[in-house]
Design a protein around this ligand. Structure first.
Ligand code: NDP
Length: 483
């Protein structure tokens, strides 16, 4: 497959290159090979992108929702028709196995385009009667939106931000992570092919400073970031100084609580999905697995048996179900956490090593007997490292699960349905699961509380974050005034 894009950026409906920007090598994580080079956006490129977005937005916002939605739904169809090719590119960009990318990336992006395409025509205001007068409200676009992505789901993030922004009548400039710059360019191509007018979905490459320049550009009205909490704090503060709207989808250290009456295989399956999918590089992962003492040894035994089925191999082979870390840097970060787990006295029960081969490969790793104060139980690792903690009772586990600055996700496995709802009701998290883990349908709001973020992606909730309400008072009679 040709992985080198035609050019680094996509602006005003076409590819744009400027080799004066810093070169960014794109590395295939499974082998460490350089598969493409893009260049960071220069100030001239950024200006072109923001100017194009601003120029195109007004006419787009004035179109009917039905017209806008039709284009998004056409783009969804194109993405589905090209799913295989897009999934292979996603695998090259991220190293995630094709077995995953075929079902979780372009397909999830297409779901967002289809869902928000359908919603576009339903965006209306309200009529508020006040005797003979009335107020009506109009849901208006925000203007120019900036999306900044993390590296774990480059196609999905480009669509989860682009689809609601465009449905609401905004223009978007998307900056992918420098680690995975390829996939968003394909999203831009497809949108243009589906009939999106030029200038409404632009992609610019670069590191943090390119994102920073976009966030502080006075022509930008909204910033949606998917990234870590430290970056989120910086971007939120920069956006605040311009009084811009924000959505912050940040990191987590989410609890997965397994009571001893849980179905063992389902609970183990939930813990596997919540720790090893995408080699653990998922923000909502349930990385603190609290297992009630009565089921603990059975849980660890079954987990070890099922880990035997992990297939670490060529990510383009559909039998492979566990890929490499996205980059050498991320692999080194995860290795340092594995070392801390060992140093601080957690019991290594599976994995823990780097594979002796090219690329950035780590084994799926499980630590048992983890305590709340250990580094691996407190900090987001963003890799395939599961921490298993023991607990005795419900009140204790709720208090311990909530004892974190994060609040992205939480899950509970139990056959006691009253307990399931009671516990979920008390867990401080935005996206929760009962007898399941890590499902992310476009129909469900997704996002965090506490340091894990602000706002929600997906579902009807996302509309609130990509539009604003104008209210209009209409007087039918004469105006009374004091003089
Ligand atoms: P980072 O926070 O390092 O980066 C996120 C994006 O922000 C990148 O595109 C980065 O650019 C950019 N960026 C960095 N600094 C600035 C700045 N000062 N101003 C503007 N933009 C900036 O996250 P990662 O890419 O390492 O992704 C992993 C993190 O993302 C994890 O914490 C994970 O939990 C979180 N995440 C959250 C999700 C959610 O929905 N809640 C989903 C997926 C991931 P560059 O890297 O190119 O320098």
């Amino acid at each position: 497959m040709e992985t080198q894009p035609k050019a680094s950026h996509f602006i005003n409906g076409t590819y744009v290159e400027d080799t004066n920007g810093t070169p960014i090598p794109v590395i295939y994580p499974a082998t460490g090979e350089v598969i493409a080079t893009v260049y960071a956006a220069t100030p001239e490129v950024l200006d072109q992108a923001v100017s194009a977005a601003q120029a195109a937005q007004e006419a787009w916002g004035a179109m009917t929702g039905t017209e806008r939605g039709r284009i998004l739904r056409r783009a969804a169809d194109l993405m589905r028709a090209r799913n295989h090719e897009l999934s292979v590119l996603e695998t090259y960009d991220t190293g995630k196995p094709l077995q995953e990318t075929l079902v979780a990336d372009a397909t999830s992006g297409a779901d967002a385009l289809e869902y928000f395409g359908g919603l576009a025509a339903t965006l209306t205001g309200e009529h508020i009667p006040l005797g003979e007068d009335w107020v009506y409200t109009v849901r208006e676009p925000l203007g120019v939106c900036v999306g900044i992505g993390a590296w774990n789901y480059p196609t999905q993030i480009a669509c989860w931000k682009g689809a609601p922004a465009l449905a609401c009548g905004n223009a978007m400039i998307f900056k992918p992570s420098e680690t995975t710059p390829l996939c968003a360019l394909k999203v831009a191509e497809i949108l243009i092919e589906a009939g999106l007018p030029a200038g409404l979905y632009n992609v610019v490459q670069g590191m943090g400073e390119v994102g920073g320049a976009l966030v502080t550009d006075p022509r930008v009205d909204k910033v949606s970031l998917t990234g870590s909490v430290p970056t989120g704090k910086k971007v939120y503060a920069a956006a605040a100084s311009g009084m811009k709207h924000v959505t912050m989808e940040l990191g987590g250290k989410s609890p997965l609580v397994i009571f001893d009456d849980a179905d063992l295989d389902n609970a183990v399956g939930g813990a596997i999905n919540g720790n090893f999918y995408s080699s653990g590089q998922v923000c909502s992962n349930g990385t603190r697995v609290f297992v009630q003492k009565g089921i603990k040894e059975a849980f660890l035994k079954r987990l070890a048996e099922r880990l035997e089925n992990a297939v670490l191999g060529d990510p383009l082979n559909e039998d492979t179900n566990f890929g490499p870390m996205v980059s050498e840097r991320q692999m080194e970060i995860v290795k340092s956490y594995i070392a801390k787990g060992n140093e601080e006295g957690a019991r290594l029960v599976a994995g823990g090593g780097q594979l002796d081969k090219e690329g950035f490969w780590l084994e799926p790793t499980v630590f048992a007997d983890v305590t709340d104060d250990m580094t691996i139980a407190r900090e987001e690792i963003f890799g395939p490292v599961m921490a298993v903690l023991d607990f005795e009772d419900e009140a204790e586990v709720i208090a311990r699960a909530n004892d974190t600055e994060y609040g992205l996700s939480a899950g509970v496995f139990t056959k006691d349905i009253s307990r399931a709802h009671r516990v979920i009701g008390k867990l401080q998290a935005g996206s929760c699961f009962i007898n399941s883990y890590n499902d992310a349908p476009v129909e469900a709001p997704f996002g965090g509380v506490k340091a894990s973020g602000v706002g929600r992606e997906n579902s009807k909730e996302a509309i609130q974050h990509y539009s604003q309400v104008k209210s209009v008072y209409v007087r039918m009679g004469d105006v009374e005034a004091a003089f």
